[in-house]
Design a protein around this ligand. Structure first.
Ligand SMILES: Nc1ncnc2c1ncn2[C@@H]1O[C@H](COP(=O)(O)OP(=O)(O)O)[C@@H](O)[C@H]1O
Ligand SMILES: CC(C)(COP(=O)(O)O)[C@@H](O)C(=O)NCCC(=O)O
Length: 795
């Protein structure tokens, strides 16, 4: 891999194109310092960063997945950098509104209905994501171009539009850590017109690791003999631990708390050594190429084993089997061979094993010094590579006799950059109370709104789409919850023997993965409106808000007095930090709720918990035995959707009743799909309810379909099978997919791949495509190969 060294997790080509087009219109010269801007500034009134409820967005296999910040209300425009010896790491925040590519097609509900969010100014519901991007340090200009094209140094594209006439800020700074923060200060000033506000590298590594370990579920995992298992971290029992950051060099840090740590050791044999030596010895052009080579290598061709020294025997007295490596690269001295006589594959594997094992061993010895049992490994040397992790784990396990455990982090290389990002707000992580706020006020991951609230306002098809998309997320959540969380120490694998490991990391997963399966927290609680004086005797349905002026009145009262209300609530709890945080979260959730002002009863305005808790244990796990058949992941998902849909009947009934109250919304929806049906839908629904009562969801959808002839695109999509060429299948699939809305990429890819002919599907599945385009491309490739094979066979 010579060229594609830039690995961007979320960037889509369209984005680059679009951004740079806009840019060339506005700026004449590429790479010049910007004349005007809304730069990231340093001021005491800087908007607050809210990391509460942070959760990974992406499937379990994805590395460096984006992190959702569902409760981020202030419009922050943070970008932070870690400029290391080998790579530059960027972490930046984007709001949900900052849509790109596909998202732009999907209008927000309010846009569709022409409703403006009146509360936005006082309590904007933003939410957003943390993005993770990396570049080679030697190609720093690409990084500068990226920042420039996205205007990240000025707070992102949107802010530029809003404030394009704002004067330049001479003191604009970006938080940066790593050696490059010193080395490249002038370059950043010259090219982007911003200063680099330097943060200590070790401080940042520790802050980033603590954040991930405390606040992000499914971040840490063990990797033993090819088996990856997530580790549940107990926030209250995290410290002390050993943090080993394997970057160009290796830093070994004993972490005792937030901001409490000591760099206890390090080694200069690290990632830079593997990449540097490997490049010289194999002539590889990129790190990934070197890593890929190792997957086909056999280190015994070049490593000297105990058996080579002991004439095929083991040295059992000191516990060394014949296959134990006695000396890495040792065979090269005793054989009359030149470098060219060795396979680059074998050299790469031997080197990788030597360095990984050595780091694992040194790390354990340091853990032993301080009596630590848990060692977390970060840094981009690891690159999520199975063999590297297995080797490190093996070394720790072997030398500690299974007493210590090696664990890895999904955001392995971004610890420093995350720490720098967090240094914009230097608050302790103990403040965060991870997951708490989001559980109280669950947000929709795409919109930042409460999950089902948004569905209630929408047209029915939109609601249906949202439900399905929501249920997919629910499935994901359910799987997370029901998945076993191993805490037991790993077993031993043998007596010092280091056979050629079975797993060399079969496929090197691309970093540029952008699966969009979010994590929702589905535990809303029904609570009495906080400031009711006499909750027990309050009869909520006394005021009918079908009178528009009544509605306006109550709406104004509730929204205008929201700040006072929150203030009183916070004061009633002694203005503690916790009370303030909860007050703020309540205000945001409640203002979103009020934005749905087409409510008829006061109770609806006051009630911000429509959803009842959904029983999670109904979710079937992939691979679970159903009757005689093991269901595939996809089938399990569909099954789960059905189960979840049935479980939702009661809730759906409520929602449908409310939908009926939203005068004309049915008609909007129906006319959208069949213009001539305008005006009929509400009438039809009233009649339906009259003859059979509020319908169950499935009955309703069926009735709706037969009455208005709406196509069940979702069902059809899930059932669609390839019968002719991939091209034809692709067209059919796209036709149906175009008529749906709100389906996640994960669902679409899964449907597409499952519908492929078996001989094509198997190969496509092997590559775990992370975008629909990739899946289509792979399917076509596989089809071509099959055709060629057939042709050749005939010849
Ligand atoms: N695409 C890549 N290009 C170069 N090195 C990479 C790449 N991916 C992983 N690495 C490995 O990661 C190491 C750098 O890790 P990192 O944590 O970024 O450290 P640093 O801060 O020193 O740059 C490199 O020395 C190399 O071993
Ligand atoms: C100097 C460094 C902290 C720089 O960090 P890096 O860019 O490698 O991530 C690191 O390379 C290191 O800790 N090297 C090991 C030096 C030693 O202890 O021998």
């Amino acid at each position: 891999m010579g060229g594609p060294t830039t690995e961007v997790q979320v960037l889509e080509n369209d984005d680059i194109k679009e951004d740079s087009e806009e840019k060339t219109n506005k700026e004449e010269e590429r790479g010049m310092a910007p004349p005007t801007a809304n730069p990231i500034h340093r001021s005491s009134s800087r908007p607050q960063l809210d990391l509460s409820g942070a959760a990974i967005q992406g499937n379990f296999e994805e590395r460096n997945p984006t992190i959702l910040l569902p409760n981020q209300s202030d419009d922050i425009s943070h970008l932070a950098l870690d400029i290391g010896g080998s790579l530059i790491k960027l972490v930046y925040f984007s709001r949900h509104e900052d849509r790109s590519g596909d998202d732009k097609r999907k209008m927000s509900l309010n846009e569709r209905l022409g409703v403006s969010n009146v509360n936005r100014r006082s309590y904007p519901i933003l939410g957003g994501r943390l993005h993770f991007v990396k570049f080679e340090t030697t190609k720093i200009n690409e990084c500068l171009d990226f920042i420039y094209s996205k205007q990240l140094h000025r707070g992102g594209m949107d802010s530029r539009c809003w404030h394009s006439r704002a004067p330049a800020n001479e003191n604009a700074v970006i938080k940066a850590t790593g050696g490059g923060a010193y080395k490249f200060t002038d370059l950043f000033k010259e090219k982007l017109g911003v200063g680099l506000d330097k943060e200590d590298e070790m401080d940042c590594l520790v802050a980033g690791a603590n954040f991930l370990l405390k606040a992000i579920r499914h971040e840490a995992f063990t990797h033993i003999e090819g088996q990856k298992e997530f580790v549940q971290i107990d926030h209250n029992d995290l410290f002390p631990y050993l943090l080993v950051n394997i970057g160009s060099g290796v830093s070994i840090i004993k972490v005792d708390g937030d901001g409490k740590f000591q760099r206890v050791s390090g080694t200069n044999v690290g990632g830079g050594t593997y990449w540097g030596l490997g490049k010289l010895l194999t002539k590889c052009k990129s790190f990934d190429e070197l890593l890929e080579l190792s997957q086909r290598g056999d280190n015994r061709k070049i490593d000297m084993l105990v058996g080579d020294i002991y004439g095929g025997m083991e040295y059992s007295k000191i516990g060394l089997s014949a296959s134990t490596i006695a000396s890495s690269f040792g065979k090269a001295i005793s054989e009359n061979k030149e470098l060219e006589d060795y396979m680059p594959e074998d050299i790469s594997l031997s080197l990788l094993r030597m360095i990984s094992y050595n780091i694992g061993q040194i790390s354990y010895l340091n853990a032993l010094r301080f009596g630590l049992k848990r060692i977390f490994f970060g840094g981009f040397f690891i690159r999520g590579h199975a063999y590297t992790m297995d080797t490190i784990s093996f070394a720790v396990q072997f030398w500690s006799k299974s007493d210590a455990q090696a664990m890895f982090l999904r955001h392995e290389g971004f610890l420093g950059a995350l720490g720098a990002f967090m240094s914009y707000e230097k608050h302790g992580l103990d403040d965060l109370m991870a997951h708490q706020l989001v559980e109280r006020f669950p947000m929709d991951t795409d919109t930042g709104h409460k999950t089902l609230d948004i569905s209630i306002q929408g047209g029915l098809i939109f609601t249906l789409c949202k439900m399905i998309s929501w249920m997919e997320k629910f499935v994901q959540k359910g799987t997370e919850i029901t998945a076993p969380v191993p805490m037991a120490p790993p077993g031993t694998t043998g007596l010092g023997g280091f056979e050629v490991p079975s797993s060399k990391g079969d496929t090197l997963r691309s970093d540029a993965s952008a699966l969009n399966v979010g994590v929702l927290h589905l535990f809303p609680t029904l609570e009495v409106f906080p400031l009711l004086a006499y909750p027990k005797t309050y009869e909520p349905n006394t005021i009918d808000l079908s009178d528009h002026s009544e509605l306006e009145y109550w709406f104004t009262v509730l929204s205008e007095h929201l700040p006072d209300l929150v203030d009183k609530a916070v004061a009633s709890e002694g203005r503690t930090d916790d009370a303030k945080r909860r007050g703020d979260a309540f205000a945001r959730a409640f203002s979103a709720h009020l934005a749905r002002k087409n409510k008829l009863r006061l109770i609806d305005l006051l009630d911000h918990g429509l959803l009842q808790e959904v029983p999670i244990n109904l979710v079937s796990e992939p691979g679970e035995v159903m009757g005689d058949q093991r269901v595939t992941q996809h089938e399990a998902e569909i099954e789960t959707l059905k189960v979840a849909a049935n479980e939702q009947q009661q809730t759906m009934r409520k929602i449908l009743q409310q939908l009926a109250a939203l005068n004309g919304k049915y008609d909007q929806m129906a006319s959208h799909y069949r213009p001539e049906s305008s005006g009929e839908a509400l009438q039809w629904y009233c009649w339906l309810e009259k003859i059979q009562g509020a319908p169950y969801w499935e009955d309703f959808v069926t009735a709706m379909h037969s009455r208005f002839g709406l196509e069940d695109c979702f069902g059809a999509l899930a059932k669609l099978k390839q019968t002719t060429s991939v091209k034809e299948y692709q067209s059919q699939f796209e036709r149906l997919a175009n008529r749906t809305d709100g389906l996640t990429d994960f669902f679409l890819i899964s449907c597409f791949v499952c519908g492929l002919k078996e001989e094509i599907r198997m190969d496509v599945q092997m590559f775990h495509p992370t975008t629909l385009n990739a899946a289509i491309g792979l399917a076509r490739l596989q089809e071509e190969q099959l055709i060629t094979k057939c042709r050749l066979a005939r010849v």
